[in-house]
Each structure stands twice: as structure tokens, then as C-alpha cells.
Design a protein around this ligand. Sequence first.
Ligand SMILES: Cc1ncc(COP(=O)(O)O)c(C=O)c1O
Length: 326
Amino acid sequence: MTSSPIGRALDEVPRTPLAVTPTPLLESPHLARHLGLGAGLWIKADAWTGFGLGGNKVRKLEYELTPERLLGVTHLITAGGPHSNHCRVTAAAAAHLGLSCTLVLNGYPDDPARGNALLHRILGAEIVTVSGREDRAPAMEERARHIERAGGRALLVPLGASTPRGSLGYARALGEIADQLPAGARPTLVVPSSSGGTLAGLILGMALLGVEWPVVAVSADDPADEVKARAVELAQAAAGIVAADLAGDGVDSAAEAVRVTDSYVGSGYGEPTPESEEATLLFGRKGGVVLDPVYTAKAAAALIHERLETGPTVFLHTGGHPALFR
Ligand SMILES: Cc1ncc(COP(=O)(O)O)c(C=O)c1O
């Protein structure tokens, strides 16, 4: 990727290779015909980043867990819901790197022997349970202090690895998509969104490439304006790491092409809706594409129901399959 502007910006940034990349960009002609997408539908298969059962968190952790940041570190601490994909991949990374891992989870899974809850345990993480989302950060800090008192050193990985550094993983992914699409294509990207790091990376990638592709980002939980504000702030900070001249107007004009919708959340995070269930069956039966119920099924519902621009559509499949088995 060195020859592209994204490659040139990112190649000097330290990274711990974990993901199997580039992930395939699969054309899905039968599903496209079924959905009336005359200019074609491509699935960016980031469910297949491989490491720790894959998904979008692998690309972000590559930039979070660099050798310099891990100097002297004995523990990783992160947080999420009881079935968090991010916690699964962080626990896998800790085991891979020979570190201990503590996961601060808000709530208990219905069945700890299923889905990501099972994987958190298989991967050897210590589980600390707190009662609400707001209790996670203090519990992480407390655990870090405890580890330091015992002579260790903890690195705290923020929620979803949605940090400026973590977002660089998705600038890299945008470069792959640009390389994989037919030359000159101006796609519409459809992407699930929550903590905003994935979207932030895509925005930065567009700014680096100097393109303004329409993006429909589909919230899995938070209000649309919050998701967008968080993503733009992260993209600005990420630009500060790799391309300071783009922080400011460069990122802002790429972000203008982004529309975030929260119309597919339904009654809440992880709760199925009639549209997400319809999308799951349609993608499965007409495309052989297996969606997860929490993120990609809701994004696919938006792809089906929103009016998209006339160019090719790229659906970013961010993974999350263990939630099908929880
Ligand atoms: C499978 C999956 N898709 C999408 C997302 C959303 O990504 P982000 O938090 O970067 O917005 C997440 C994490 O929250 C996820 O686990």
C-alpha cells in the first residue's frame, strides 16, 4: 500500500500485525439484483480479519498495542458489555502477547457458557462485573492501581479501542477498499457504528485520498449526532498523528459526506427489530452473507430501506458472529 497516499501516511506508524489483511472485497451480484442495486454491491469482509475470531476490533488493536506502548506492560485492561466483541479480541491479543487481561463488564450474560462470554473465559481473561456503563471507567482505574501495587503495570485500552491511534486501522481499510474497487468507482459505504473509531478511520482515509464518498453510518445504540461528533473528533485527532495538514478542513470536508442514522436501533442495543431480522434472512438467503444481530444486521436493514446514491454500494461487514450463539 506504500504507493497510495494512505500507505505513505501510515507505513511509518508502528503497528503490531494481528489481522489477516487485505480482507476480501466480495462482489455479491445475486443479492445486489435482489435489492435493486443496479451498480453493484460489494461486501468488505472484515468479519474475516481472523485473529481472535476476527471483526473490526483487530485492525484497531494493531495500532493500540504497539511494542513501544507495551514496554514494561504486564496487563491489558478493557471494558464492554457482557458479550463484547472488543473484549474478546483484546483478551486474545493479551494471550498472544503473553500478557494478563482484565475485562470490566457491565452486567452478567444470561449464559456464561455461550457466545463471547464463553470466549472471554476460554481466552483466559479475568472478569470484573460492574452494574452500569458509568461504573466501568472507575473499575478499570481501580484494577490498574491494584496491579501496580502488586508490582505489575497495566495498559488501559479504551472502550472499543476507539482512540485516535486505533482509528488508523480503518484509514488503512479504506485504502484497501479503494485498491480493490474497479478503477474510478465512487461507492456509497454502509457501515455499522457505535463508539465511532471505525467511522473515524474511514473519514480520515477519505481525507488522505482526497475523496468524498457518501457514507451511511448506522448506529447500534447512541443518538446519531453523538456518534458523528465522536467520529469526527477522533478523525481530527488521528489526522494529527499522520497528516497534520488534514486536521481541520481536510477531515471536515470528508466528514460532510457522512450521514449517521439512529433509525434502526429499535428498542435498544442488541435488541432485534423486524427490519434487522428481515435483513438477516435476506442477506443469508440471497447472498450467503451471515450477519451478526447487534451491528451488521441493523446496518444491513439501513442498506435495504434507505435511499442510497446511484453508484456501487460497499457494505462493511465488521464481524460480531459470536452474538449469534449467545
Ligand atoms: C461487530 C461490530 N461492528 C461494529 C462495531 C462498531 O464499531 P465502532 O465501535 O468502531 O463504531 C462494533 C463495536 O462496537 C462491533 O463489535
